[in-house]
Design a protein around this ligand. Structure first.
Ligand code: ZN
Length: 240
């Protein structure tokens, strides 16, 4: 009984040990399942942040403090006048761009491998890929403010790209994962590479392969055109 009371009073005080970090909170948000938690030591290393200050703008410092701190409280999130809302946008972009760099490191690749093995990125929608796990990819490494670089999915089996369809729209920027990630991942962990597809879908009309039907149609057209040509007229200069 005493222990329970003790636990209650500790949570009432809002001990920092119970509070999730900003990074954990961000990765747990809906539609953020693909992000892995970037190691704080990576975020603090200036070498890894080269060039990002210019990219994210004047709120860089506040956004960085936010990323390295604790999750915003419900009270802060409920009040749109709070400064946290202004900084959150920049923090989201900054974290995304740091994340794209992190997942190319040995630790980042390993973190993403755990997610890949847990099928967290979903499966290829192509029937003959047999639910092959896909990997997140961006078509560009530059963040777009007008959602022109939405996150895509790459299937390592059919080597095709797919749209990432999520309820409410795909607003995750492709630059937060980058154009290199899935390919470096598959080069690094060759053992997870699936074999190429062995089956190809064959379209059929009334049981006949479309190619055969088209071939037949061509032959029919040729036969129809044949009598139109005058008997002794040369087809081209080469035939004369
Ligand atoms: Zn596929």
């Amino acid at each position: 009984m005493q222990a329970a009371e003790g636990a209650l009073s500790s949570s009432e005080e809002g001990s920092s040990l119970d509070e999730p970090t900003w990074v954990s909170w961000f990765c747990m948000l809906r539609n953020h399942e693909f992000f892995c938690e970037v190691d704080p030591s990576f975020v603090q290393d200036r070498f890894n942040l080269y060039g990002l200050k210019e990219l994210v703008g004047p709120l860089y410092g506040e956004a960085m403090t936010m990323i390295l701190g604790y999750a915003p409280t419900e009270k802060q999130l409920a009040d749109p006048t709070q400064r946290v809302h202004k900084v959150l946008d920049t923090a989201r972009i900054l974290y995304g761009l740091i994340h794209a760099r992190y997942i190319l490191t040995a630790q980042g690749l390993s973190d993403m491998k755990a997610k890949y093995k847990a099928h967290e990125f979903g499966a290829c929608p192509r029937t003959l890929c047999d639910k092959q796990v896909v990997l997140p990819v961006g078509l560009s490494d530059t963040h777009s403010t007008s959602n022109e670089n939405p996150l895509k999915l790459f299937c390592p089996r059919c080597q095709e790209l797919y749209d990432h369809n999520v309820p409410g729209g795909n607003y995750i920027d492709g630059a937060f994962f980058g154009s290199t990630y899935p390919h470096l991942f598959l080069q690094t962990f060759r053992e997870v590479r699936p074999p190429p597809p062995t089956q190809r879908y064959v379209p059929r009309v009334f049981g006949f392969k479309i190619a055969k039907v088209e071939e037949q149609a061509l032959q029919n057209t040729a036969r129809e055109e044949w009598p139109k040509r005058l008997k002794n007229e040369p087809v081209s200069d080469w035939d004369s």
